[in-house]
Design a protein around this ligand. Structure first.
Ligand SMILES: Cc1cc2nc3c(=O)[nH]c(=O)nc-3n(C[C@H](O)[C@H](O)[C@H](O)COP(=O)(O)O)c2cc1C
Length: 200
């Protein structure tokens, strides 16, 4: 096999992440912004689910959800979380660890206003993560909320909003032949982001 010096990685992992995400946006069939979000329960058990990355700010990575969902309850107890992106079309992965904080409610309002009306009404109708008897119960709650907000803009429910994940580590992984994959780990310390290659 040809010897290789590998990919070039920028000093700033956020800029590097944006470049990989842009590439994924051109190649993934759907949801290039889908990320696994791992939280820890009060009992110390990990839980993971997919959410959509809805913004990358100077402070980190943002997503929106129901503030009374299991994930939000878990975050309230333990703000340490992990993210993983897998772009199959690129054969690349990004893993992030960090701490979560609530976004300002102005950001919640701003993003909520961009959602389709039916999703806005759905945010009122869904008690995310709570037991649902059957799908007709959801339909009647949707109908009820549709009536409630008829003829007006749907306001953001108080139980719906966003979180920011401030990254502590960001690891880029790129597939290479014969499992000689390329890994670059960035760790944030008092001097800024440090870069370290890892064995695959
Ligand atoms: C592709 C995809 C995108 C999703 N995006 C979100 C999202 O942005 N926010 C959200 O609350 N749930 C999203 N979900 C649903 C979550 O995976 C999960 O089922 C839900 O948030 C409840 O999780 P919890 O009970 O752990 O709180 C998404 C699921 C998939 C498969």
């Amino acid at each position: 096999m040809e010897p290789s010096t590998g990919l070039t990685f920028l000093p700033d992992p956020i800029t590097q992440f944006r470049q990989w995400l842009e590439l994924a946006e051109q190649h993934e069939i759907n949801d290039p912004n889908a990320m696994s979000l791992a939280t820890v329960t009060a009992g110390g058990s990990p839980r993971v689910r997919i959410v959509l990355l809805k913004g990358i700010g100077p402070d980190g990575f943002q997503f929106f959800t129901n503030l009374e969902s299991d994930k939000a309850t878990e975050i309230a107890v333990n703000p340490n979380v992990a993210l993983a992106f897998h772009w199959k079309s690129l054969q690349r992965q990004v893993r992030i660890t960090g701490t979560v904080s609530k976004l300002p409610s102005a950001d919640d309002d701003g993003y909520f206003a961009t959602r389709y009306r039916i999703s806005q009404v759905g945010a009122w109708a869904s008690a995310q993560s709570r037991p649902l008897k059957n799908m007709s119960e959801l339909s009647s709650r949707l109908e009820e909320m549709n009536k409630k907000f008829e003829g007006m803009d749907v306001p953001r429910p108080p139980h719906w909003g966003g979180f920011n994940i401030k990254p502590q580590t960001i690891e880029f992984w790129a597939e290479r032949p014969y499992r000689l994959h390329e890994r670059m780990l960035y760790t944030l310390d008092q001097n800024g982001w440090q870069q370290q290659r890892l064995y695959p």
